[in-house]
Design a protein around this ligand. Structure first.
Ligand code: AMP
Ligand code: ZN
Length: 493
């Protein structure tokens, strides 16, 4: 018997606006697609929040014993500047500005993306397909949509006919918009605009001579529209209808709305059972976004080199901070919020690491089984990680009382508690103990001890420039030295 057979999960489905009981199409198996990054710049912390929400969901499903095929794509073509319908490709623009091949841009920022995700302890998705690797599949879908009568070719570009589609289907059902309102609120088509209606969106765009990212097609040299890649890759790897489609809230319209329209127009089926949308990370109350400069990079947080925060924070601590908010709530990042979160994180980790050594007795003053059930209940309620964390602190309280000798715990209950904490803290939330694995800790301790010794020698020689440099550079890496009567000790944040 798998764990999932004992649980009823409810998810907030953006398509219906309701919390619904989650029931996958094939028992025991889950197909999940999440829109990945457009790899033309370093991922900021906001991007990471959305991916982290789905990493947590992926982790929980796996913990429950589901076989999950998790597809998260890389957008390496077709996404135009300002998410517009016309203009320059984001990647081509960066390539032009930096005098690189577009694929050099793609490679550079894909590597950056993977490095950052690894620091945050993400699990790799099952498949990470690219838009450029699926041009043929995209062309096939366009042919299909044209054949069904929902797209038209004009001047070597192909557009989706939203007005015609809306006669037999419902364009706007995900975002709650009505086509009539959209039409009423948009300007008349400009004279040079070749679309039939301003709401129509590109499936294929002809490449102007200067456009470097181009592929041959039945309609001439060009490139696919941004929305099409996700339809092509999700259908190819998960089927015409699959369980979960995720992404940031900002992708609901037009990106996901267009995905639904493309799938329904080409094969007549609604592509997704449950649409899950993660909410935004804000900084100074405004959406974190690269384009407005209101952003912070994960590397700047880990090193402490930024103008926003007073100190460095470790990846696992930042992950804990994110998990303290529900994935559908807006989360604002600030120095105070991170400092408060760090206190909690340290308390949790200290309790877990001290648990091994606490003595056991004949009774337990804590109902471990009902506590464990409440941890599952929290996660089953649309992945409510803040409630789960509150439950984890209930356990911390008891561990500390046992440590003090005020309460006791039996050997069996202690084992159950250890296993449950391991599952939720490390497997599901994806946190790592303060300084990573033991091997890493030992090495780090050795290296810092050596630096402490060198600093001591420098001070004895009155070489304060060197001794200060050692202290400050360690501090910028998040390693604080503390001088005391017994010598110098260090702590890692
Ligand atoms: P992009 O690379 O711009 O296509 O965005 C990648 C992902 O990051 C998308 O799912 C966006 O919804 C998400 N995203 C962008 N900005 C934020 C933010 N401030 N907070 C959370 N997610 C974001
Ligand atoms: Zn997408």
């Amino acid at each position: 018997m798998q764990l999932y057979e004992q649980q009823t999960i409810k998810v907030h489905n953006s398509l219906t606006g309701k919390k619904e009981i989650f029931s996958p199409l094939n028992e025991g198996h889950i197909g999940m697609y999440v829109c990945g990054p457009t790899v033309y710049s370093n991922v900021h912390l906001g991007n990471c929040r959305t991916f982290m929400s789905f990493d947590m969901i992926f982790r929980y499903f796996r913990h429950l014993g589901y076989k999950v095929r998790y597809v998260r794509n890389i957008t390496d073509a077709g996404h135009l500047v300002d998410d517009a319908e016309d203009g320059e490709d984001k990647i081509a623009k960066k390539a032009r500005l930096e005098q690189l091949e577009p694929m050099e841009v793609v490679q550079r920022y894909t590597v950056d993306f993977h490095n950052i995700l690894e620091k945050f302890n993400f699990l790799p998705p099952s498949i990470e397909p690219t838009a450029t690797g699926h041009i043929i599949e995209q062309i096939e879908i366009i042919k299909d949509i044209i054949e069904k009568g929902y797209a038209y070719e004009i001047n070597n570009s192909v557009y989706f006919d939203v007005v015609k589609f809306n006669k037999t289907h419902e364009y706007g059902k995900l975002s709650g918009r009505k086509l009539e309102d959209m039409i009423a609120n948009t300007r008349e088509l400009a004279a040079q605009d070749e679309k039939k209606s301003p709401q129509d969106f590109a499936l294929w765009k002809r490449a102007e001579p200067q456009h470097i990212m181009r592929w041959p097609s039945p309609w001439g040299d060009g490139f696919p529209g941004w929305h099409l890649e996700c339809t092509a890759m999700s259908t190819k790897y998960l089927g015409e209808t699959f369980d979960i489609h995720g992404g940031g809230m900002d992708l609901k319209f037009p990106h996901h709305e267009c995905e639904i329209a493309q799938a329904e127009a080409s094969n007549g089926k609604s592509p997704v059972q449950y649409w899950l949308h993660a909410n935004m990370l804000t900084l100074n109350g405004k959406k974190m976004a690269k384009s407005t400069g209101n952003s912070i990079l994960p590397g700047e947080i880990f090193s402490g080199k930024n103008d926003i925060l007073s100190k460095a924070f470790s990846p696992s601590m930042v992950r804990f901070f994110m998990m303290q908010a529900h994935y559908t709530s807006i989360l604002d990042i600030s120095n105070d919020a991170l400092l408060a979160s760090e206190k909690g994180f340290n308390k949790l980790m200290e309790a877990i690491s001290s648990l091994k050594a606490i003595p056991t007795g004949n009774t337990t003053d804590f109902d471990i089984l009902s506590w464990k059930a409440s941890c599952y209940e929290a996660m089953n309620d649309d992945f409510n990680t803040p409630i789960l964390i509150a439950k984890l602190f209930d356990a911390v309280k008891h561990i500390n009382l046992v440590k003090e000798g005020t309460e006791s715990i039996t050997k069996d209950d202690k084992e159950e508690l250890q296993n449950t904490l391991q599952s939720f803290v490390f497997d599901v939330l994806g946190l790592e103990s303060k300084s990573g694995s033991n091997v890493g800790t030992e090495k780090l301790e050795g290296v810092v001890a050596l630096l402490i010794q060198l600093r001591k020698e420098a001070r004895e020689n009155k070489d304060f420039a060197t001794s200060d440099k050692i202290r400050d550079q360690l501090a910028s890496l998040g390693i604080q030295l503390k001088d005391g009567k017994e010598g110098t000790t260090f702590s890692v944040s």
